[in-house]
Design a protein around this ligand. Structure first.
Ligand SMILES: Cc1ncc(C[n+]2csc(CCOP(=O)(O)OP(=O)(O)O)c2C)c(N)n1
Ligand SMILES: [Mg+2]
Length: 803
């Protein structure tokens, strides 16, 4: 099932006719999938369905303009397009609906996302690049509406970089930047800020991006009059239209049922974007929802009779059918025959997909039933085990949960019994978890040999007479090596280009490496992030700079929903090794205090979170990440750029290991765990504590996600038997995260002779000024007193009450 790319105007009538009929076939197959898909949900075989019915015909036209190497960033209505480019079969469509966890059956997401979330494979099963120029690519969809837009910007910008930056090895990635990035979005979702932010940035950057708005006048039940000024996105975006004097967008409007005009529009849009790198908006009007929005509601509830009738009449497939007959390409009977055979084909495909989905589960159920039968025969609780077995046997459509419930509950009935059958059940359960759990949990991080934690440490080394320099010099010189050695590396952010970032860590590099690689961008954190995701997905090595950690919040939703889940939601078949560079900790005032790490850590599992205490460590992290294939957030210490550090003689080579802590001061009485700027205060305090006879061990976590894979903190606690975690986040923030790890992962509880403590900032945002900081965040006096109190509680005689 694939349509002919690019219609050739000179083909014979027969050729033209067969092309049109093949397109119609795909439209009908897609529609039939939607109709049967809904039925599968309503009869309980699938949990939820959201389909592409009513949007088929424009997607056929789009697919014709889509070339090898192109990229899609779209949403859940695009099944017809995926079918037309040959990347989605009937069986795969239904496998996705059933959440089949086999990537062969559901190549889109291996059952991890609900149906209607599409994506192609950029990587093989080992994590190596495939030839992206020889296939039609789709970035992996996510559910939050409009979140596909920032990524689209980056996918498009990659073409611009590939075309205009010298020295990049583009083989398998790009052919002279000729690739177009195609976006789709529903009319209502254009209300989102991210849509407007992306449109503006695309116009500024002039990148080859074609945005189609599928307009069916509704967003679930909410009409366009509540969504869009003047009820028309193309109307209000008119100011973006390019003209003789100014670059901008080319804007097209076309009805979604007008097959020939759609083809013409998509050809023109594709050519313009491909050749000139001009962004294009296509507003596709008069689309419908034959079955309503999704399986969770019915549109009869909120659409008028007139509207429902109008939708029937404008149904794009019906209009295409009329057009075929009117132009003598096929008769009514011929089309009816075609439709009948397609119905059968889709039914059969659906059944095949269901059988394939169910077969392994039936097998697993059979195994458990056999074990339970024999367990029952030797158990005193036979009746109860039989009951479980019979309940499991009853359903025709078991899921894994049913199998697990029976097996795990049965074990409870034989707690006090010993038998070979019990051993068998235990072994089966343990083996089953080992085998099945990864189907739901693997690939949160890379599982390739470029996994970030596999990159070996290279310590910074120093000449005997190494000078002390400002920290920012170390970070700058290290970036110089990175950009010098990696033509595919680039950095972009507010003030990153011309002045070389607000702290001059990129000073002079734009002159050296050009405005495309060391780039100033607008104030638009979400699309800075999206730009990075898109470019990383296409094989570049972007570093997205967010000026201050406090403003990461604007990008955080995308980091959480998109970046952090790329590997997971594609079962490792796509990656986006984007480095997010920012600076934070310990500045002044409510919006420049930069410490909201607890929130960040909880939201971006799947991304490495690195908090180096100085610029040498930070530089080493960049070097490590450049060798790996994973995304990361690096928080540089805002107050560290002007602090002196010794200049290493292996700039650009040293590597800070990920997931490894560092003991920065050895001690015997208590383990103090911290990171970032606070670490310096803890170190300072540990010297003061020596004066009262407390010898603290100080550990720099430096890598919060992943954290202390070697369990070095446990080793320290086993020596000191006391623990305090100190940071400048709110109570229950990152300090709680660290403590949870030490107690649960490392099982430190039994080693402790005193209660474990955390010392954090106050729960409010820090007040402004030095005193604001002093009374809001932990000071050295706070740290001193907190540690002293632990010792006082332990031995009031040795450590009399301080205050
Ligand atoms: C950020 C976000 N808010 C709300 C939703 C729930 N939701 C899913 S689809 C949808 C309506 C989208 O309408 P439109 O963009 O016009 O696309 P259509 O379904 O009509 O093609 C909403 C509100 C969501 N997925 N993401
Ligand atoms: Mg809509």
């Amino acid at each position: 099932m694939q349509n002919k790319p690019e219609t050739n105007k000179d083909i014979s009538f027969e050729g033209f006719k067969s092309e049109v009929l093949n397109d119609y076939r795909i439209a009908v197959i897609s529609r039939q999938c939607s109709l049967l898909g809904r039925r599968e949900v309503l009869t309980g075989k699938a949990k939820f369905g959201i389909f592409g019915d009513g949007k088929e015909v424009p997607q056929l036209a789009w697919a014709k303009a889509y070339k090898d190497g192109d990229w899609r960033s779209g949403y859940y209505r695009d099944q017809t397009f995926m079918m037309a480019i040959g990347n989605l079969t009937i069986e795969q469509f239904f496998a996705g609906l059933y959440a089949h966890t086999d990537i062969e059956a559901d190549p889109m997401t291996a059952g991890r996302q609900m149906g209607g979330h599409f994506g192609t494979h950029s990587l093989d099963e080992k994590g190596n690049w495939k030839d992206l120029t020889a296939q039609k690519n789709s970035s992996p969809d996510i559910s939050p509406t409009a979140s596909q837009m920032p990524r689209l910007l980056g996918l498009a910008q990659a073409s611009k970089i590939f075309r205009n930056v010298e020295g990049i090895d583009t083989s398998g990635l790009s052919e002279n930047g000729n690739e177009v990035a195609w976006g789709t979005i529903g009319n209502a979702s254009t209300s989102e800020g991210m849509f407007f932010e992306t449109i503006n940035a695309g116009g500024v950057l002039q990148v080859p991006m074609v945005v189609s708005v599928w307009d069916d006048e509704y967003g679930i039940s909410v009409h366009a009059k509540h969504q869009t000024t003047k009820e028309s996105i193309s109307e209000i975006l008119k100011g973006y239209q390019r003209d003789e004097e100014n670059k901008g967008y080319e804007i097209f409007r076309v009805d979604g049922w007008d097959y020939p005009k759609l083809i013409d529009t998509y050809q023109r849009a594709g050519a313009l974007a491909r050749k000139e790198h001009t962004p294009v908006l296509i507003h596709v009007l008069e689309l419908t929802q034959p079955q309503g929005h999704s399986t969770s509601g019915s549109h009869e509830r909120y659409k008028s009779r007139e509207r429902l009738d109008w939708e029937k009449e404008r149904d794009c497939n019906a209009k295409m059918r009329e057009w075929i007959i009117a132009n003598g390409l096929a008769s009514d009977e011929e089309l009816s025959e075609l439709e009948r055979s397609i119905k059968k084909q889709v039914r059969e495909g659906k059944q095949k997909a269901w059988n394939a989905y169910l077969a392994p589960i039936l097998q697993e159920r059979q195994e458990v039933m056999e074990i339970l039968t024999s367990l029952a025969s030797v158990s005193n609780n036979r009746i109860f085990i039989d009951k479980l077995r019979n309940a499991l046997a009853r359903g025709n459509e078991p899921i894994r949960k049913d199998v697990m419930i029976a097996a795990r509950k049965a074990l409870r009935y034989v707690i006090n019994e010993e038998s070979d059958e019990k051993n068998r059940l235990q072994d089966w359960l343990n083996g089953y978890f080992k085998k099945i759990q990864p189907k739901y949990s693997s690939h949160l991080h890379s599982e390739s040999d470029k996994k970030a934690t596999l990159v070996k440490e290279i310590k910074a080394t120093y000449d005997a007479d190494a000078p002390d320099v400002d920290g920012r010099i170390i970070i700058r010189d290290n970036f110089d090596v990175i950009f010098g050695e990696n033509p595919d590396a680039l950095v972009f952010g507010e003030d990153s280009g011309n002045i070389g970032d607000v702290n001059q860590g990129l000073e002079g590099l734009q002159e050296k490496y050009g405005k495309l690689r060391i780039a100033d961008v607008g104030i638009r954190e979400a699309t800075i992030l999206g730009q990075g995701i898109g470019m990383a997905m296409r094989g570049l090595r972007p570093i997205a700079e967010i000026q201050y950690l406090d403003y990461l919040m604007y990008a955080l939703q995308l980091m959480s929903d998109d970046l952090a889940t790329v590997q997971y939601r594609t079962l490792g078949r796509q990656k986006a090794p984007l480095i997010v560079r920012t600076r934070g900790h310990r500045l002044e005032g409510i919006w420049h205090s930069g410490s909201q790490l607890g929130g960040i850590l909880n939201l971006i599992r799947g991304i490495n979170v690195l908090v180096p205490r100085n610029m040498t460590k930070a530089a080493g992290f960049y070097n490590t990440l450049m060798e790996g294939d994973e995304p990361a957030l690096i928080v540089e210490c805002l107050n560290g750029y002007r602090l002196k550090e010794k200049m290493p003689n292996n700039i650009g080579k040293m590597k800070t290991p990920i997931g490894v802590v560092e003991v920065v001061k050895e001690g015997t009485d208590i383990t103090l765990v911290s990171y970032g700027s606070t670490l310096r205060l803890v170190e300072e305090t540990s010297r003061e504590l020596l004066e009262v006879g407390i010898n603290a061990e100080v550990i720099d976590v430096q890598s919060l996600l992943p954290m202390d894979l070697e369990h070095d903190i446990l080793k320290s606690v086993s020596k000191t038997n006391r623990l305090m975690v100190i940071d400048e986040d709110v109570p229950g923030g990152a300090s709680a995260y660290i403590l949870e790890h030490i107690l649960n992962e490392q099982d430190a509880y039994n080693l402790l002779d005193s209660p474990p403590r955390t010392l954090t900032s106050k729960p409010h945002r820090p007040a402004y000024g030095t005193d604001g900081d002093y009374f809001s965040k932990p000071s050295t006096e706070d740290i001193f007193e907190a540690v002293y109190n632990v010792m006082h509680e332990m031995s009031p005689a040795d450590f009399p009450k301080l205050r």
